[in-house]
Design a protein around this ligand. Structure first.
Ligand code: BG6
Length: 478
């Protein structure tokens, strides 16, 4: 279904995110017919480029970063014709009147701030001073949204000077992932799960986001952030919220976000011995974190594992274990809901522990499986085994699954539709920082040294102990 006609301005239009994600994603939406042919995309950045130079740059980006496999060059040419470029000075007056002349009156206007947060205020102010933005315009901002509560509050206040909350779209690209949304469909669209979704039946929940990549070329940014700020405060917290929240009365933006906020506010402070910080060390074929960030004395964590409690009626006895790290043995993101043991064993001779586990795989190989106990086939009597009821989306949905849109393109289409459900509200972001700040401050106050783990492993041994102490174990990363 096509969205309404729009003009989208991408500040930072020559940057990495624009070239890798935003423009290839928009191209796929164009190709699918969802982006109306008359819509305009205007790249705005400091570089002195002209429109044809910009189109050439984006053509290369689309060829390199995907989106082009199935299309003919005509479609790509038509898409590139929808692009303009303005060299703009965020802190001065250069380029603003030209930008104004390119924006049409009676269409949806969206402004993507793919720039450093220190420029948000300047951009917002000039969009108003030059009467480019109106009361229906939308702005899109990226993480990092602050580095602690105080800076996030300051950013929110700056944006609020010029835009209402209903106009602000704070991206957490995890919310745009297909399976993340499916999580809500599974929970609230089936009669099976919700009655069991509480401390009476759920022993614990594991959320793992393991990456094989290291910090790549982002060492400068990453070494000042670490996994807690880069991944936990946003992506893992969002996953936890969707798993733990109460069913909203309707699937509306504020109703969903109200429920997520309640979860964050119900999170108990985490005790120091319930967190393990790690940093990857060199292995045979990989450099150490410290070498990657070129900081031989870095104490920044590239791995975090923690045990959290959501202190409310539904979850009071069910711990949530979170874990994320770089340079781990496999790229896998999954949420596992581990149900309790059966109270009574009625099959003679069966001494094994059988548990139902609902594993929701975010990536790769999106899908879910439910571990159920059945009789082992054959004449051996009533011997029980656990098998997965597997739903891999690519198998179950065939071509439809392959066509699944990337997180960014889905979220940008939501911006145009004016649907804020999958975007973080200002109060949510602040509440998330309010929860993570004391953890980070504790590390800083204690000069906490992260535990080393081998690049290509499952993380530090202490992370295993975090579970073993409770008589539980992490699921394999594979
Ligand atoms: C980003 C982080 O937000 O998410 C990166 O800044 C991380 O450090 C990335 O690699 C992971 O995203 P995905 O979609 O590849 O799981």
């Amino acid at each position: 279904i096509p969205v309404d006609d729009f003009d989208l301005v991408i500040f930072g239009g020559t940057g990495d995110l624009a070239r890798r994600k935003i423009l290839p994603g928009l191209f796929r939406r164009f190709r699918s017919g969802q982006m109306p042919a008359d819509s305009r995309i205007i790249g705005a950045a400091r570089s002195e480029l002209d429109t044809s130079g910009y189109r050439a740059m984006i053509r290369e980006a689309i060829v390199e970063f995907g989106g082009d496999e199935k299309s003919d060059t005509d479609t790509l040419d038509q898409f590139l014709n929808a692009l303009d470029y303005v060299a703009i000075d965020a802190k001065g007056e250069g380029g603003w009147s030209e930008l104004k002349s390119l924006i049409r009156d009676k269409v949806i206007k969206a402004f993507y701030f793919s720039v450093a947060p220190s420029l948000f205020g300047d951009l917002a102010e000039r969009l108003h001073a030059h009467e480019i933005a109106d009361t229906d315009s939308r702005i899109v901002v990226e993480k990092p949204f602050g580095r602690d509560l105080a800076s996030a509050q300051a950013l929110n206040a700056t944006l609020a000077e010029h835009f209402d909350e209903r106009q602000i779209y704070r991206i957490d690209h995890y919310l745009g992932k297909e399976t993340v949304q499916n999580l809500m469909a599974v929970r609230f669209g089936n009669v099976l799960f919700e009655p069991l979704w509480n401390s009476h039946y759920v022993d614990h929940i594991q959320i793992t986001v393991a990456e094989t990549v290291g910090v790549g070329g982002r060492g400068g940014y990453y070494d000042k952030s670490g996994a807690m700020r880069d991944m936990v405060q946003n992506h893992l917290m969002q996953l936890l919220c969707l798993i733990a929240m109460e069913p909203p009365s309707v699937f509306g933006a504020n109703e969903v976000r109200d429920e997520k906020l309640k979860v964050i506010r119900a999170l108990q402070p985490v005790e120091a011995h319930h967190i393990v910080r790690g940093q990857y060390d060199a292995s045979d074929d990989a450099a150490s974190y410290r070498a990657d960030v070129e900081n031989p004395r870095s104490f920044t964590e590239s791995f975090v594992a923690m045990k959290c409690h959501v202190s409310n009626w539904r979850w009071s006895d069910t711990p949530f274990y979170l874990r994320t790290g770089k340079k781990m043995k496999a790229r896998t993101s999954e949420i596992a809901v581990v149900f309790k043991d059966l109270g009574h064993k009625m099959f003679e001779g069966d001494s094994a522990r059988h548990r139902n586990i609902l594993a929701i795989r975010l990536q790769p190989n999106e899908g879910m499986d439910l571990q159920v106990t059945i009789k082992e086939p054959g004449p051996g009597g009533m011997r029980l085994i656990d098998v997965p009821l597997d739903m891999t989306f690519a198998d179950a949905l065939g071509d439809d699954a392959e066509d699944a849109t990337d997180a960014y393109e889905r979220l940008i289409m939501d911006v145009i539709r004016g649907n804020q459900t999958l975007f973080m509200r200002g109060d949510e972001v602040e509440a998330a920082w309010a929860w993570t700040d004391p953890i980070i401050e504790g590390w800083e106050a204690r000069n906490d040294v992260p535990k080393l783990y081998d690049a290509g492993s499952a993380g530090p041994d202490d992370a295993m102990m975090l579970m073993h102490r409770d008589g539980r174990r992490w699921r394999d990363i594979k």
